[in-house]
Design a protein around this ligand. Sequence first.
Ligand SMILES: Nc1ncnc2c1ncn2[C@@H]1O[C@H](COP(=O)(O)OP(=O)(O)O)[C@@H](O)[C@H]1O
Ligand SMILES: [Mg+2]
Length: 263
Amino acid sequence: MTAPQRPDAVLSLGDVTLRYGAAAPVLAGVSLAIRRGEFVSLIGRSGSGKTTVLNLAAGFLGPSSGQVLIDGRSVRGPGPERAVIFQDDGLLPWLNVAANVALPLKLAGIGAEARRRVALDLLGSVGLADQGDKPIWQMSGGQRQRIGLARALAARPEFLLMDEPLGALDAMTRERMHGLILKLWRDSHAGALLITHSIEEALFLSTRVVVLTPSPGRITHEEKTLWGRRFLAGEDPRALRSEPEFIAARERLVDAIHAREAA
Ligand SMILES: Nc1ncnc2c1ncn2[C@@H]1O[C@H](COP(=O)(O)OP(=O)(O)O)[C@@H](O)[C@H]1O
Ligand SMILES: [Mg+2]
């Protein structure tokens, strides 16, 4: 459709330092590569620089030193191959549900008929098949985040960048969104970067969890995980979460997040 589809695209930060103005660096020596088909979660304390990493990957910010690359090409700004989802859904209240989902296609110059077809198809995949003609204000918080996901996928991005997208949702809605996010990630073949406060969510959704520790932000720990893939394969999420390996990984991540707190 709009974005070129490269199955093995890589989005990477290489030895990135980031300063805001003259202040001490917020990030120092951060290297992180996200391949398509990977799901990387970034966790760390508030203020450790997680959103800054995402803004660099999105191209909203440029690094003070080091590089942000897609397949070896320097990222110079935002692009249609990278979709961004924030906690605030960012939907346009004067457009109906389907028109919100179709917006990236409209911006890409796709005709009205084709846009609507893609939008309704995507709404079906997020469980909102019959809601296309409704106004945004009638949608619940969970429905809005699903509309936001559908819109993010409309331009068939190679990378999905998510900054605490589920942070404002209640626990039950969050749980239901986990399965949906995993399915959309699998079906879209995108590479995902998720920032989350929840260690369990990170372990459960990702193929890899990365810990950022602050002052300056550095990557100090990585965990590979396979629980999300097993959930997708049909295993019971509650059973997976109570496995000793899951609990041990959670403990390692808690330790890594708080490692330098006393220093
Ligand atoms: N635009 C900005 N200008 C100056 N300082 C900023 C800006 N954005 C973030 N910071 C600072 O950078 C640090 C990391 O912020 P952020 O990346 O938002 O962390 P996180 O998402 O992990 O909470 C914080 O100390 C924050 O105050
Ligand atoms: Mg943040």
